[in-house]
Write a new protein. Structure first.
Lengths: 490, 93
């Protein structure tokens, strides 16, 4: 029997019915990982996985109901601290780092007896939209291995899309879940800022970082959201709102639901195939009874510009902790303390991390702070207000997730603005802390050549803490279509 | 374009030593980013406060109570150099 591409709920049924054991499932996926050459994983935790699977099997054999994720293998982006496991953030500066504790999100999955297969590749410190900035080499897109899976959650997307893991954790600061989900044809949930604890996830931009997941269906994402969401004492920015029963409340009734289509999200230069597929997806929702309304978000164009200041500023602050003293890489060449800092950081950080740290340091430095950082945070308010206004008249927004299908690998390397352009339809929502989904809505050829049919992502954006609304719209779409059931031939 | 001296100064502040080639490269790349954001200067933000927290939380504190962590050794074991249970660092001067 084949287990790849089965949804969480399907695996749950098989495990509960004793049709397969967790150890068998785990071995099955470990074998697939071994055979794969997508460079999706940095570390495979085979021994621990088999132990966790055996424990899950014991739990399943005992009386009582099994938790939803019990015995189901998964992968974690290598930005999540897992106790006793190497956690690199895709960087050389943390090449030898073994986390002494679990991220809250990892603990929650462990509590359910989920089985960790390994740690997935990513853009270094999650800085990137391509996966190319990883110190461990780029991951590949299973639909066309010469193309990028998108980033920064590149390995998680490759792994799920190629059937190496039924689901994976991911993180997003400005597009890092939605872009790779879109480029690899899977479903990605970027939560409301603070809906899921950031504790134990290596920080990038703390006012933006959101912890989410990737899977094969919106229903699976609703399951995962139910496990991961909630207030955490260890992350004071987690929201105090109750966590709704996302799975139980999942429905497909979009009759009369007002869905906004922001005209600014169909930008000049967008690939025609992307526009066409997203437009048909919106048509499908209309067919199901949703009321489609064109809405106006004129400040969208400033999103990436604000992000280009705010993100590096927060990066420069968060990455100050890598000093070669308490953990991580230390230089062998230093004569004094200052040189320990300067050389450890020079040797340990890659180009992208350096550029962001330097950009952030510049815009935060005396004399430039007001002109750049303060100004950017004010324009951010403009974007926050604009979304709030639009959500007074519509329930959710539906639009393209990315301006193109997956580009060829190598495209990001020499353009310092690649990410800001790729992520321009995701960043405004991130700046406002909004939840969003990317779900597959068809295939198109890339306009940069090649014959491969590549996945297109439909983006659904909701108001803060409006996860249930986006899940319901996404689920309704997936009940009527089967784009999420298309998988690459490996 | 940013001058050589500006890039060197920022790198000093950020505690990253740069090679000559990197100084030149970051002069160009940082300038590209600053040019990219130039348009923000034209945006009218009169009367707007800067955003620092988007979901409206203010001063969240946890209870002031001692929690014992059991992983002291595992934490210290990550350090490149230790002496007598302390982090060992090079002389400041």
């Amino acid at each position: 029997m084949n287990f790849e591409f089965l949804e969480i709920a399907e695996l749950r049924q098989l495990l509960d019915d004793k049709k397969v054991s967790s150890v068998e499932l785990t071995k099955y996926f470990l074998q697939r990982i071994k055979k794969s050459d997508l460079n999706a994983f940095i570390t495979v935790t085979e021994d621990e996985a088999l132990k966790e699977a055996a424990k899950a099997d014991e739990f399943i054999a005992s009386p009582g109901e099994n938790p939803l994720l019990c015995g189901i293998p998964y992968a974690a982006k290598d930005l999540f601290c897992v106790k006793g496991t190497r956690t690199t953030a895709g960087s050389k500066i943390l090449d030898n780092y073994v986390a002494p504790f679990d991220a809250t999100s990892i603990s929650k999955v462990k509590d359910q007896y989920g089985v960790l297969l390994g740690k997935t590749n990513l853009d270094q410190f999650a800085h990137g939209s391509s996966g190319e900035t990883s110190a461990y080499g780029p991951s590949h897109n299973p639909w066309d291995v010469e193309r990028m899976p998108g980033g920064s959650s590149s390995g998680s997307a490759s792994a799920v899309a190629a059937g190496l893991s039924p689901w994976a954790t991911a993180t997003e600061t400005g597009g890092s879940i939605r872009i790779p989900a879109s480029f690899t044809g899977i479903c990605g949930w970027k939560p409301t800022y603070g809906r899921v604890s950031r504790y134990g996830v290596i920080a990038m931009g703390s006012s933006l970082d959101s912890i989410g997941a990737m899977a094969y269906s919106v229903k699976d994402l609703a399951i995962l959201a139910g496990v991961l969401a909630g207030r955490d004492e260890k992350d004071s920015t987690t929201g105090h709102q109750d966590v709704p029963a996302y799975l139980k409340n999942l429905n497909t009734d979009v009759k009369g639901l007002k869905i906004g289509v922001p005209k600014q999200y169909f930008i000049d230069g967008m690939e025609a195939g992307v526009k066409e597929k997203v437009t048909s997806a919106v048509e499908e929702l209309k067919k199901q009874g949703a009321e489609i309304v064109e809405v106006d978000l004129p400040n969208t164009k400033y999103g990436s510009l604000v992000y280009a200041i705010v993100c590096p500023s927060e990066v420069s602050s968060n990455l100050a902790r890598y000093d070669g003293i308490r953990y991580g890489h230390v230089t062998k060449e230093a004569k004094n303390l200052l040189e320990v800092y300067q050389k450890s950081r020079a040797e340990g950080f890659g180009n992208e991390a350096k550029r962001r740290i330097l950009t952030g340091t510049y815009v935060l430095s005396a004399g430039y702070y007001d002109a750049y950082y303060k100004k950017a945070q004010k324009v951010r308010q403009l974007i926050v207000n604009e979304f709030a206004e639009v959500f007074k008249s519509v329930e959710v927004l539906a639009c393209p997730c990315a301006p193109s299908v997956a580009p060829k690998l190598g495209k990001a390397a020499e353009d310092p603005l690649f990410g800001y352009i790729t992520d321009q339809l995701n960043i405004p929502g991130s700046l406002a802390g909004l939840p969003a989904l990317s779900i597959p809505c068809g295939f198109a050829k890339s306009e940069d050549g090649g014959e491969a049919q590549l996945p297109v992502g439909l983006q659904i954006i909701g108001p803060q803490f409006g996860e249930q609304k986006i899940f319901n719209v996404g689920h309704a779409y997936q009940q009527a279509t089967d784009w999420h059931k298309k998988h690459p031939v490996i | 374009m940013l001058t050589r001296e500006e890039v060197i100064k920022i790198a000093e502040l950020a505690r990253i030593s740069l090679t000559e080639a990197e100084v030149e490269k970051f002069q160009k790349e940082l300038s590209a980013v600053l040019d990219y954001v130039e348009e923000l200067k034209q945006v009218n933000v009169d009367g707007l406060e800067e955003v620092s927290q988007v979901t409206g939380l203010v001063n969240v504190q946890r209870e002031d109570k001692i929690v014992i962590t059991e992983n002291r050794d595992a934490i210290l074991a990550q350090a490149p150099e230790l002496k007598d249970g302390f982090y060992k660092v090079k002389a400041i001067l």
